[in-house]
Design a protein around this ligand. Sequence first.
Ligand code: HEM
Ligand code: HEM
Length: 466
Amino acid sequence: MSSVAAIQATPTEVSPQDAWLIKFHITASIVWLVIGMLGGTLMGYRLTSPAAAEFLGSTAELSFGRIRMFHTHSVIFGWLTNGFLAFSYYAIPRLTGRKLWLSKLARINAPLVQIALVIGGGAILTGHAQAVEHTEAPWYADAAFALCFVVSLLCCVGTILRSGVRNMYVSLWYLVLGFVFTALNFVMANTIVAFVAPGAAGASLAGLWIHNAVGLWVTPMGSAIIYYLLPVTLRKPIASHKLSLLGFWTLAFFYPLGGSHHYFYSPVPWWLQMLAVPLTFSLIFVVYSVVYNFFATMKGQWKQITHNIPLRWLAFGIFNYITTCTQGPFHALLSVQQVIHFTDWVVAHAHLALFGVFSWWLYAFSYWVWPKLTGRGYSKALAEWHFWITFLSFWVLYYIPDTIAGLMQGFFWLTTLPLQDSLEAAMPFWITRAISGVLLVAGTTIYVINLFFVKQAKHGLEVAGE
Ligand code: HEM
Ligand code: HEM
């Protein structure tokens, strides 16, 4: 079914109950974003001045290690996951033509998700973390989160399966993949990796978890968003439905098993590391086919990004996507790995993907859907401020400096110079990163004011006709 046909086949009204549910998850996601960004900014300062290091270092809860885990917990599970749930609850009824199955349960579940996340975050800060990167909350918080996640899965995938929709639109494929795979992946990480598999075997599986958390949770959920929003904001179908399905199936086929690329030059079996190189590199073709489809859809429409705020976040996110996904295959080559592994290059790559792509597509979704749910527009001027502060401070003060810092660190470490020299070389770039943290928090504050506190604005209301 074509994208516009699929989306238009469904009613435009959102029931008050579903509107509450979607608004709840969007609000929760933004609260977690602010908390996560404050954590990131604290860490940034921690690395730039002895005074900050002394202050934060003397309070165990604010020590670098704990804040780092708390930061990723807040942004991956709090911000992105809540945002993805909001999108799923909005899009699935519209793409299947069915009401959300178990919607009452989803409304009870929504605050429970936040409780599970608060328990996990509190445990991390008070020193009860487990040693599985990017899912450091302890077992009891994980068990609570897993239960909540399964409830969301039932509501979302259940609605899709019960609708009997044939020729599913590509967003639905991505949502099913994201939910089903992530339920399995999360349970695997928090049982087998956390308690059963020892040493290098555990590390291989941890690599699988990290890799698939970003590749089979964040990526499919984000792809579902852009495949939905691009046609509706442009009011024209996606250029090629066949190409969109090719992108989906190649991601599902090639992506899952390349996880050991997070552990190059480690005690993980060499054949596994070698296998990860071609598997990872082949992703470049997947990504380029997807991006070609987006560009083909945008053809002749680029000038719309001057006034259409959601479309602008989508379009700039696409550029970030092609940048980070060009970087990715190359830094999986063993020669490049020798330089960039363990450096800030990887941190920059991670932020360009998780923030510059998927967070920006979530911004697009919230600017698009919020006026529909509340009947209230937002201020175009404030939205412009949010965009430009975020775009400039992220690219100019965070991504580019961190990438340069990473390259310098890598080349320093290949010499016999003392570690101190590489730290001193990275310092100017870490200072700009810390400044960007403050500006990004400022930009997010404007975003919050715009969505929640501006009463009279009209911008965005014209989308109600979809
Ligand atoms: C104010 C904005 C932010 C600042 C200043 C910031 C800063 C930082 C810092 C300093 C680190 C630790 C780097 C290290 O260990 O050397 C970090 C890690 C990380 N941050 Fe952020 N961050 C911000 C926002 C975000 C957002 C919005 C996301 C995701 C949506 C995110 C995802 C991550 C991830 C995944 C890591 C771990 C990276 C890795 O392991 O390579 N951050 N961040
Ligand atoms: C074709 C696209 C991509 C490829 C080939 C790729 C490849 C890689 C590789 C090889 C690493 C390990 C670098 C190292 O530790 O030395 C890495 C790290 C990372 N990538 Fe990607 N990447 C791609 C896209 C993405 C996307 C779309 C996301 C987010 C959804 C992402 C998130 C991350 C994160 C968070 C890390 C740091 C993980 C950690 O903390 O250890 N990447 N990527």
